[in-house]
Each structure stands twice: as C-alpha cells, then as structure tokens.
Ligand binder design. Structure first.
Ligand code: TPP
Ligand code: MG
Length: 623
C-alpha cells in the first residue's frame, strides 16, 4: 500500500503511514492512501487566435492569454497521465515552499490569482499543516510593506506573494522600503506561461527587468532549474545582504513534478555573524574613549537587538544615549541616560548632548541627513557592514564588528575613563524640554486637538510591550518629538519615507507578534492609501489599535509649501468619517473631538479584542 503526505507529496510504502514524514516532519494524520494504477486522460486544446495550449477534458471558457471564447479552441490530441506519476511526486512549488520554511520563513502576505495558483496551492498545504501563516491582503503594496515591517521587527524575512504583471508591480514600493532600510524580505511573483512569454501577452511584464534594481538576487524558476537551490539562494542573499530576494514562477512550472524532490535548508549556508572587530580598531577606539570627557552614544536601528551591551557601556561612561528616529525607544525616555531622538523629529535634549560632546560613539546608525549627526565632532562608528562605515563623511575610527561584541570589548577595555557623569545635566535638560512641551500643548486655536497634547496622552496610554508602526507626515514628526517612549519598538519607512506604510506595517507586526498590543499611528493622507486593509484586519481579527490623526490635510506638504513661500495648493483632503468607516470594515471606531475624550477612547480601543480605530480630530497648525 502507498501513503502520500498531503503536505509535501512524499510517498511512503507500507501498511501504515509513517509516524512523521521523513521529508517535512508532518504527522501521520496528514497522510492519505494513494490510488494506484489509474490513468487520467486529458485532452490538449489549442487557441486558434494566440496559440495557447490548454490541457483538460474541455477547452477553457475563455483563453487566459487573449480572452477569446472556448469556441476558438481546437482539439490537439489526448494525453494519458498515470495518476501515480502526477500525484506521487512533489511539485516544484512544494519543494520550494518546503525549502522556504526550512529557512525559517513562517509568514506569507499576498494575493492569490491566475498566475500563482500552483505556488499558492503549495502554500495552502503548508498552512493547513500548521507550518505557515498566510495573510491575504487587499493590495499587494500592503503585502510588501507588511513583510518589510515583519523584517524590521524580527530581523527575519517574511514572504510577499503576487501574480504576474500588476500584482508584481504593486509589490515594488514595499520592496524598495525593505531594500533601503536594509531588511531581509522574499518576493514571490507569479508569471504567465513561458509558452506565451515574449510578444507582450496579457499581464506580461518583464519581471526580471522590473525587479532588477530592487532585488539583490532575482531568478526565474525554470522546469530544469535546481529548484531547492534557487530558494536557498534567494533566502541566503536576502538574509545576508539584508535585501530583497526575488523568484519568478512561470505558471506551468509551479505544478510540474520536481525533478529533485529533496528540499533545501540553511544548514551550512549561513555563517555565524558574530564578527569581532580587529584588535587595532578596538585599541584606537579605546584610546579615544578613555580620554573623552563628554562622550555621547548614538544608536540606530542596527543596534536594535544589542542594546544590553550598549547600555552597559553607557552606564560605565555615565554618558548620554541618543537615538536616531528609526531607533526611537531603544532606550526609554525616562532612563537617566536616555536623551530621545536626534534630528528633524528630535528634541532639544538630544541636540544639546550631541553638540556638547567631545566624542560620538555611533552604533548601527547610517548617518542619514534627517538624523544630522554632526561631522565636526570626533566619531567612532561601529557597524557590521563595512560599507556603512564613513558612508556620508569620514569618521575618525571606523570599526567593523558585530555591535554587541564590539560594545562589550569597549566595556572591558575601559580603564579609568575620564568621562564625567552627565545624569544631572540630562535631568535638567529634560525638565526644560518638559516645560517647552507643556507650553506647546497649551496652545488652542479652536480648530482641533494639539499634537503635543495627543502624544503626551498617548505616552501614558500605549502599553510598554506594544509595537508602534508609524507613517510619514507631520503626525510622525510630532510622534518623534513628543511621544515619551517606554522602549516600544518603532517601525517606520525610514529611507524610502513612504506614506501609507503605517497600517500595513502594523499588520506585519501583528503577524510577527500577535500577542503584543500593536499600535498604528498615521495621518489621514497616509492611511487613505491603504484604507482597504482595515478589511484585512477585520477578516483576520488583527488586534491593531489605530490612532488616526485627522487634520483634513496633507499637513506636511502644506507646511513645506508655506516654508517655500508658495501658495498652499491641493493639500486639503475630503475624508469619510473614519470612525464610521471602521465600523463597516469589521473594526471598532471611535471619534475624538475634544482632549477630554481622548483617554477613554484610546483605552477602549486598546481593550477591544480586534481591530479598532481612534480618529482624533486635530489642528493642522499645532504640530
Ligand atoms: C507614497 C508617498 N507619496 C507622497 C509622499 C509625500 N508626502 C510626505 S508627507 C505627505 C502628507 C501626509 O499627510 P497625512 O498622512 O495626512 O499626514 P500629516 O502631515 O497631515 O500629519 C505626503 C503626501 C510620500 N512621502 N510618500
Ligand atoms: Mg493629515
């Protein structure tokens, strides 16, 4: 008797199914008895208009390539296929999806459709076996934003799936977001049948060309490819280069039996990245660190998982710790050494401590113009990636090394450092900033809530274990400045700076950490781009609390027009009542028009088990 694993297609001979599948580890319960010796007879039908060949008992209702009706198909002949040879073997998609899982990918965001059905079916089987989570989004741009945010939060790649043509091109923005912020991500795009590729068939886009500038590694899966190896390489490149791995799946290749059915794995393919810095770099850095009287540490997103070591060093140096915007929350704002965000979304506290320091020690930051790290102050820069070192200007001591290891070496090497304890000065500057914030919060033009007030309240209301996904706009700058972080990770579209990121990013965070409170913070303009995703959140019962700053305006653009002394033009927004809109999408909606209503609405939204939206009516000028 033969038994087939319904997850991976492995065939087991014996009276009973095996306890676990030796290929994919699925339990005995997923094995099905195999029918033997049957043959299926299917006919081949050729489209008289475009030449597309269809296999099946009947011609298709309409040609999937040129759209003509069934009457335009002529019979070409019959094909006999033994049932065993079709069902016994794992398909190319089965092998590749199993390989993807072996590399640790556990979540796929995407949209199923004509040119990815074979691949989607392999994903479905793994979802049913409990090995994968699939989130069907409403726009592929949300799939890649969500996968990018998943990578930003976890450091692990998630996959985004699309059909050929428009589905694939819709993925591009989120993939650019991941690429520019150095996040591993996998893009799986369907493609039309290879037999019709070339002349410009329906949904034919040259995906290799379209993705060539966003993907660090991109390949088309062919019938004769080494399929497991293609997936191995897509993920090896995505993970090690922290970039986009891309695979193009022509329609007919997805369901053919895999010539080599053994899936791949990361075993022996990923080095330990715990690289120690060269001894000379460490001693050059220590020489400066020991002598500095007023050092300051700046941490960026790259230090996200290494903060214990960085904080230990800061404690020994008694020095201020400043973050980039992407690194907001890497140190709590109430930490005696925490000085908040630097740069355009920053505070006067961080600016003071950077500018008054005699040595900057920068961990995992990329020196974007928005952060504005002062190039005139002597700098030690630590990063695992040598290209990032001294990228925008020369630094005094570029140190290539894993951040945790390097920070520990600095800590161990410090001998009677001259640095003075700046805790008191930090507390005094923070008190000044608190007064300044209170003054700003006191302003009221009678045109809606004030951003300083909104974020002061949110600082109290958003739980410590939350993940916060933000968008782009004045609302985001206000968050950077006014929100007092208790260490919540912040997910943002950093270098790409794309509006619309916030809500899909919250979906990605929810998929990665469903038990944590997930908060999305967006403006009305940004959310407008992905409003449909509230239905996705409703469908999957995502526990996302969305704070929507509604100022009826592309506020940041109005600000820019005013600053450039131009006429404010076409930045006004005609909005629905978002709290009512939430209700019809399966979310709980709240509307806040007065400061006094804020706390209760946010508390109720956070307490709601499922998606909730709090629309806060804000004054566009009080930012
Ligand atoms: C995809 C994309 N399109 C356009 C922009 C330019 N842009 C930056 S902020 C912004 C306005 C955002 O408006 P809103 O979400 O309402 O935030 P507000 O500034 O009002 O707080 C725009 C259009 C962008 N960054 N990304
Ligand atoms: Mg707005």
């Amino acid at each position: 008797m033969a038994w087939k694993c319904t997850v991976c297609g492995y065939i087991h001979e014996g009276d009973e199914p095996p306890e676990t599948c030796p290929v994919c580890s699925a339990p005995a319960s997923v094995f099905e008895k195999e029918a033997a010796g049957e043959v299926t007879v299917s006919k081949q039908w050729k489209c008289k208009v475009c030449g597309y060949v269809h296999e099946g008992p009947e011609p298709p209702e309409t040609c999937p390539v040129c759209g003509v009706p069934a009457s335009e198909f002529e019979e070409e002949g019959a094909v006999e296929t033994p049932v065993e040879s079709v069902t016994e073997e794992r398909t190319v998609s089965d092998v590749m999806v199993q390989t993807m899982i072996n590399w640790g990918v556990d979540t796929v965001f995407g949209m199923v459709g004509h040119s990815n059905l074979g691949l989607a079916d392999a994903i479905r089987k793994q979802c049913e076996a409990g090995k994968l989570k699939y989130i069907g989004i409403r726009h592929e741009g949300a799939a890649s934003f969500a996968a990018s945010a998943y990578g930003k939060l976890t450091g692990k790649p998630a996959a985004s799936l699309s059909i050929a043509g428009p589905g694939a091109t819709n993925l591009l923005t989120g993939l650019w977001d991941a690429r520019m912020d150095r996040v591993p991500i996998l893009a799986l795009t369907g493609q039309i049948d290879t037999q019709v590729l070339g002349p410009g068939a329906f949904q034919e886009v040259d995906l290799a060309a379209a993705f060539s500038s966003v993907a660090c590694w991109s390949q088309t899966v062919l019938e004769t490819s080494h399929h497991a190896e293609l997936m191995n390489l897509a993920l090896k490149n995505a993970i090690l280069q922290r970039d986009v791995g891309h695979l193009i799946f022509p329609n007919e290749v997805q369901t053919i039996p895999a010539p080599l059915p053994t899936p791949g794995s990361p075993e022996g393919r990923l080095p330990d990245l715990g690289t120690s810095p060269p001894a000379t770099s460490v001693s050059q850095a220590l020489e400066r660190l020991n002598k500095a009287e007023r050092p300051a540490i700046i941490v960026g997103h790259g230090a996200r998982f290494k903060m214990d070591a960085v904080k230990k060093l800061a404690e020994k140096l008694n020095c201020p710790v400043i973050t980039t915007f992407k690194g907001k929350g890497l140190i709590r704002d109430d930490d005696p050494l925490g000085c908040g965000v630097l740069g355009r979304s920053g505070t006067l506290v961080s600016a003071h401590f950077m500018n008054s320091s005699d040595l900057l020690v920068v961990f995992g930051a990329s020196f974007s113009q928005h952060t504005g790290i002062n190039p005139d102050i002597p700098t030690i820069q630590v990063d695992l990636d040598p290209i990032t070192l001294g990228k925008f200007h020369a630094v005094d001591v570029p140190v290539v090394g894993e951040i945790g290891i390097t920070a520990n070496l600095f800590f161990q090497g410090l001998e009677n450092p001259k640095s003075i304890d700046r805790r008191e000065e930090i507390a005094a500057k923070k008190a000044e900033w608190k007064t300044e914030k209170e003054n700003r919060a006191a302003k009221d033009n009678g045109k809606g809530l004030n951003a300083a007030t909104v974020f002061a309240q949110l600082s109290e209301l958003i739980p410590e274990d939350a993940v916060i996904a933000v968008d782009v706009g004045n609302n985001t700058y206000s968050f950077g400045r006014y929100f007092e972080s208790k260490g919540q990770p912040v997910l943002m579209s950093g270098y790409l700076g794309s509006i619309g990121f916030g809500y899909p990013a919250a979906m990605g965070a929810w998929a990665a950490a469903p038990d944590r409170p997930i908060v999305a913070l967006t403006g009305d303009g940004g959310f407008g781009q992905y409003m449909g995703e509230l239905c996705t959140a409703g469908k999957y019962g995502m526990n996302i609390t969305h704070i929507l700053i509604n100022n009826h305006e592309l506020g940041k653009i109005s600000t820019e027009q005013k600053m450039a002394e131009m006429t404010v033009w076409e930045t006004g927004l005609h909005n629905p009542d978002f709290s009512e809109y939430a209700g019809i999408c399966g979310a709980k909606g709240f509307r806040v028009e007065k400061t006094e209503e804020m706390a209760e609405a946010v508390k109720s939204a956070l307490a709601h088990d499922g998606p909730a939206l709090v629309e806060v009516m804000c004054d566009p000028d009080l930012i």
